[in-house]
Write a protein that binds this ligand. Sequence first.
Ligand SMILES: [Zn+2]
Length: 415
Amino acid sequence: MSRHHIDRALVASRIEDLSRIGRVGETGVTRTVYSPEWVTANDLLERWMIGAGLAVRRDAVGNLWGTLAGTDGGAAIVSGSHVDSQAPGGKYDGALGIIAALTAVEVLHEAYGAPRQTVEVVSLCEEEGSRFSSASFWGSRAILGLIKPEDVEGTRGYVDESIGDAMRAIGLDPDLIPTAKRDDIETFIEMHIEQGPILEAAELPVGIVTAITGYRHYVVEISGQANHAGAFPMAMRKDPMALAAQLITEVRANAIHMGAPAVTTVGRIQVQPNYPAIIPERVMFMIDARHPDPDQRMELYRRHEATLARAAETSGMTLTWRYNKDLPPRPCDPALVDLLDQVASDLDIPHQRMTSGAVHDTQRFGQIAKTAMIFVQSKDGRSHTPEEFTATEDAALGIEVLAEGLRRLAWGTNR
Ligand SMILES: [Zn+2]
C-alpha cells in the first residue's frame, strides 16, 4: 500500500500561520466568529484553497467553501471543521480539521487530478459559542437550514450585541441566511483533535469515531431554610448546600457505576445568599450527563432522576429539576467508519475505534449526510486552552487516513 506523502513541514507551518491570527500569549488563540481575526483567518484559508486549485466561495453566514468539481457530478463529499476558537483556546481545535482537509485534497488533486465525485473543503464559521453563547453551530445550522429568522436578533453576545449586528459589521446580510442551505452533501468527514486522554494513554496517534455523544443539562434547585451558622443545631437544619454536596457525589457515582463512556459533571452551582456564616436558603446546580449510546444514555438519566426523586422525598426540602438542553447521540455511518478503519489498517497507522465525548459539527451534519470523524492524539488530553497540543506527526498521520479515505470515496471506484 503506497502512502500519500504529507509534507510535515507544510502542515506545521500552516498550523503556525493560522494560529498567528488572533494569537494570545505564546500558544493561545482568540478568534471568535465575525471578529477581525476571524475575517483575516478565512482570507488566509481562501488564499491556500486557491493555491490548491480549489474554486472558492463564501455562503451567506460566512462559511468558506473550496470545491474540486467531480467529473461525474452529483452530491459532494465534504471535509473540514470550524475556524472560530474559544477565547482563548489553542491552535488545533477546529483549525487542524480545516488544514487537514485542505492538505489532503491538495495532495490528491496533485496526484490524481480531478475526482470523479465532487470534493469540498469547508471552513465552518462558528462552533464554539465563544462570542454568542447560543449561536451553537451557527455555520452548520445554516447549511442545514435550521436558523430561524428570529435567531438573528435573538442570538445575543456576551457583550450586548446580536449575531445579526456582528454579521452586518463585516458585510454579511442576515436576510440571505436561507441561501446557505445545502441539500447536495452526501458525506461529511471531520478530522479533529481528540480533546481527551484516551489515545495518548493507548499510545495511538489516530482514533476512528463510531458515535458522538448525546448530552443533557439538568437544572436542579433546592430550597431549604436560611439560618444562623452558629446558633442552629445540625440536626434541625434544612441545609440545601449539604444536600447538593450529597447529590453531586451520588450522580458522579451513577456514572462511575455504569462505566465508561458514561460521564457526569457538576460544573455550575449557585448559592443564596452565599455568605460564610449563613446556612443557605437556596442552591441551584447543573448536571451535564453524557453517553454516546441512545439506550445507555436514557439509563443514565433514569438513574440520575431516581437519585433526585429519592432526595426530594426524604430530605424535607423542596427539590425540583428540569433539563434545558437535550441533544441525542449521533452514530457515525457504519460503512464510512469501516472504510476509515480499513484505511488506517492498510496504511499501518496504529489506531482504535472510539466514541466522542465532545460535540462537533459532524453531529449536525449527521441529519443530512453520512458522517465520520478522525481523531488525532491530544497531549495530556488538553483542549479549550492555550496549552492544547497535538504533535505534527500525529496530525500528519490523521491527514494520511483522511486523504486515503477521500481518495477511495471520490477518486476511486470504491463508492
Ligand atoms: Zn472543535
